[in-house]
Ligand binder design. Structure first.
Ligand code: HEM
Length: 410
């Protein structure tokens, strides 16, 4: 039974009635329409397809509610569905786990990507970023999305897994095939490709597992293996290779998209980019502000294990709730002139990585990649000419990315 079809709150406005046709192409149109609506920023999806939350306060309150668990995948109407190789692989990602198995697995994957591993992470990412930048400088330019942000993310992830560099292209292709599953619409061919690639990815990592075990003990697999192999809880992961494979889309495409969006946002504000050249100490603030206005993950669905309430809205168990973090980042009740990119904005809470116990476990890795990419770009160039006025953006969906950023570099 599709439990999501139960209409949770008849009196809530429907999201699509707000004139949000531009959602995806320029989702800020949708955010503004939602914020102009009185109320806490909680809407119904059309056709009884769950709820969507856009208000800053509502998002912050809901993310603290421990009953809000993993997405109810059997109630999803888009993507690759609740069955098949991709869904079976996803079962191994902490994102799709519920308690009691979620907490230990989330802790295990966070550790190797946390500030505790700063030296290894920063050193490896910097080496890749400098090398990619040298290639771009030799050609006096290129595409900062494909030749830089994506190269950094895919090469890093391959090395982090402990696979030889020649597997970078395979991992990148497998990861890319998942992108359409987060679009509002995907074709049967895209669903097939995502499922086929889920199997390729898993067997590729499993085949190398014994060799990886013999590598220096810096890999993701080494770090998570004890917790994964020692896990005897019901619905636990299959093995460490499956957990690593299930996080490959986050480790490559989510991060590359974030870095691409950050680079574009900074470059398309030449006055503020000039300030970054003058004062590289502003890089962390610039990265944070760019992640606020142009995050790569707009929102993700979660579902309460038991009924929860906020601001008079009751959310029944098992209903999918789309937490639209990107909208909360632009709530005018919380941010002054929210659509303005301002690297001098006073300290704020960034919602782009979610929050509470289920906050993104790759946020520190994503931050390092974005900030190092920006620093190396500034350090190794005198001038950068952006060769497009308005770049193309990915198809409407929950991941939003600048597709191409051609530049001339000196
Ligand atoms: C800039 C890139 C990224 C963005 C914008 C992003 C965003 C998010 C968001 C919004 C959530 C949901 C949080 C919630 O529901 O409260 C999430 C969860 C998660 N992310 Fe990321 N993510 C990124 C990169 C990564 C990377 C690189 C990894 C690991 C390789 C990763 C691993 C995870 C995991 C494991 C979860 C589930 C956490 C849990 O349930 O405890 N993410 N991410």
């Amino acid at each position: 039974m599709n439990r999501n079809a139960v209409n949770p709150s008849e009196h809530l406005p429907v999201f699509h009635e707000l004139g949000l046709n531009g959602f995806g192409v320029d989702p800020s149109v949708a955010y503004r329409a939602a914020h102009a609506h009185p109320g806490p920023g909680i809407f119904r999806m059309p056709d009884g397809d769950g709820l969507v939350v856009t208000g800053y306060e509502a998002l912050v309150n809901l993310m603290r509610q421990s009953a809000l668990g993993a997405q109810n995948r059997s109630a999803r109407r888009s993507g690759a569905g609740a069955h098949g190789p991709l869904a079976r692989l996803d079962d191994n990602s902490p994102f799709f786990m519920d308690e009691p198995v979620h907490a230990p697995m989330a802790a295990a994957v966070y550790q190797p990507m946390s500030p505790a591993r700063k030296d290894y992470l920063a050193e490896t990412i910097s080496e890749i970023a400098y090398s990619a930048m040298e290639d771009l400088l030799r050609q006096e330019g290129g595409d900062l999305v494909h030749d830089y942000a994506m190269v950094i993310a895919a090469t890093f992830w391959t090395r982090f897994l402990g696979l030889p560099d020649e597997y970078t292209a395979t991992l990148r292709d497998c990861s890319a095939s998942v992108v359409p599953m987060l679009q509002f619409k995907c074709t049967p061919a895209q669903i097939k490709a995502a499922n086929d690639n889920a199997e390729v990815l898993l067997s590729c990592i499993r085949e190398h597992y014994e060799t990886i075990k013999a590598c220096p003990r810096t890999t993701l697999l080494h770090a998570i293996a004890p917790a994964v192999e020692g896990c005897e809880l019901p619905n636990g992961p299959a093995d460490a290779a499956a957990v690593a494979a299930a996080m490959t889309f986050d480790g490559i495409d989510s991060v590359a998209a974030a870095t691409a969006n950050v680079l574009y946002t900074c470059l398309s504000h030449p006055d503020q980019f000039a300030q970054l050249r003058q004062s590289p100490s502003l890089i962390p603030a610039a990265w944070r502000e760019a992640m606020r206005v142009q995050p790569s993950v707009l929102g993700l669905q979660r579902s309460p294990r038991q009924s929860i309430a906020y601001a008079g809205v009751s959310i029944p168990a098992d209903v999918n709730v789309l937490l639209l973090w990107a909208a909360g980042n632009r709530d005018p009740r919380h941010f002054d002139v929210p659509d303005r990119f301002d690297i001098h904005r006073p300290q704020f809470k960034l919602l782009s990585f979610g929050g509470g116990g289920r906050i993104c476990k790759g946020r520190y890795l994503a931050m390092l990649q974005g900030q190092i990419a920006l620093r190396v770009l500034l350090e190794r160039t005198h001038s950068i000419q952006l060769l497009v006025d308005k770049p193309a953006w990915s198809a409407p969906g929950m991941v939003r990315s600048t597709l191409s950023l051609p530049v001339r570099l000196e």
